[in-house]
Design a protein around this ligand. Structure first.
Ligand code: GLY
Length: 352
């Protein structure tokens, strides 16, 4: 089993191995005494996974109740948050009890935010069931729901007490879900792990799942330990995301997050090369790795559509937006750019 220690303000471990779900009760017992547990999941998560988790928790001495909300970004909202909080209160969970988030990023973010605010904060455990959640959203304590005005506009930093990643669950994901998470894996390779990048370039995602997830989580853990509250180096994790989010928004979320991030990484790399900031060889390597993971590399939208969406980015600070700019595969820098220059960056990215 890979055990990665996350040295956040409230430290915890991420456990990665095949078959961990059926042991989740015992694993949680090692960090939490028997108590009442609310298992939060959505109706996109196969029921047998929640059944397995629940059986294991009960066997380990926990009293378990389950809540299943409707899947999809549209339900990552204040209404679902309210339903979860009312559910916790109806059990009733106390400060000594626990929330277990079993699902992808939407479940983890929503359940985590509910745990952060219920009774001013109770412990929660992340059990990611998608690659994207395993390598990114389940680690680092960012929790949130969407507002009508945009994605993740209200939330909290609330670290889990434990993350349990069962690679058997990831091994059977469909190609689209796999590709969605793969974009984040490629991102970690570009940020600073040449071996990881080479594995992805060679199409090794399914065959080297445990090693790839471990390498991604190790890198995320190092960055979170350095900058838990996202005021400095953690912003590197936004590589491809400013334009990626704009691509998602421009198409009214027809492209999923990972697919938007993949194209966003291509655009920012092409723009960086055009400006003499990045080695030219980075672009063909990046596009090859993305294609090997089943991801798109061409942007279907025009500059005006991307610009309008990018200007609404929540990471914008007044007149400036911080771009994550690749210098080479394995090396990136943060670059604050005046918003008036964003249009030229997008032009360079689109090769317009
Ligand atoms: N998903 C980016 C971060 O956790 O900071």
């Amino acid at each position: 089993m890979s055990t990665i220690h996350i040295a956040a303000g409230r430290p915890y471990d991420v456990l990665i191995e095949a078959g961990l779900l059926k042991q989740c009760g015992q694993l949680i017992r090692e960090v939490h005494a028997p108590c009442s547990v609310a298992v939060v999941t959505d109706d996109g998560v196969p029921t047998h996974l929640a059944d397995t988790a629940e059986a294991s928790l009960k066997q380990a001495g926990f009293a378990v109740q389950r809540i299943v909300f409707r899947q999809g970004e549209a339900h990552k909202n204040l209404e679902t948050l309210s339903d979860l909080l009312e559910f916790f209160a109806s059990i009733p969970l106390t400060r000594g009890d626990l929330v277990v988030a079993l699902g992808g990023g939407i479940v983890g973010d929503t359940a985590g935010f509910a745990a952060s605010s219920y009774l001013r904060g109770i412990p929660f455990v992340q059990v990611p069931t998608t690659l994207l959640a395993a390598v990114d959203s389940s680690v680092g304590g960012k929790t949130a729901v969407n507002l009508q005005a945009g994605k993740n506009l209200t939330g909290a930093f609330w670290q889990p007490s434990l993350v349990i990643c069962d690679t058997d669950i990831l091994a059977v994901l469909n190609d689209d879900l796999m590709a969605d998470g793969a974009a984040e894996c490629v991102k970690y390779g570009v940020l600073g792990d040449a071996e990881l990048f080479a594995m992805l370039e060679q199409g090794g995602l399914r065959s080297s799942m445990k090693e790839i997830v471990t390498r991604c989580v190790e890198m995320k853990g190092r960055i979170v330990a350095e900058d838990e509250h996202d005021t400095g180096s953690r912003q590197l994790l936004n590589l491809g995301h400013t334009l990626g989010h704009a691509i998602e928004r421009a198409g009214n979320f027809a492209l999923t997050h990972g697919h938007g991030v993949a194209i966003g990484m291509v655009l920012i790399t092409r723009a960086a090369i055009a400006r003499g900031l990045c080695e030219a060889s980075a672009l063909p390597r990046l596009t090859n790795a993305l294609k090997a993971c089943g991801l798109p590399v061409e942007c279907p939208y025009k500059r005006e559509q991307l610009l309008e969406a990018a200007l609404r980015d929540k990471k914008r600070q007044g007149g400036s937006i911080t771009l994550v700019v690749p210098k080479a595969i394995g090396s990136t820098v943060l670059m604050p750019v005046p918003v008036e220059e964003l249009s030229a960056w997008i032009d360079d990215g689109l090769n317009a």
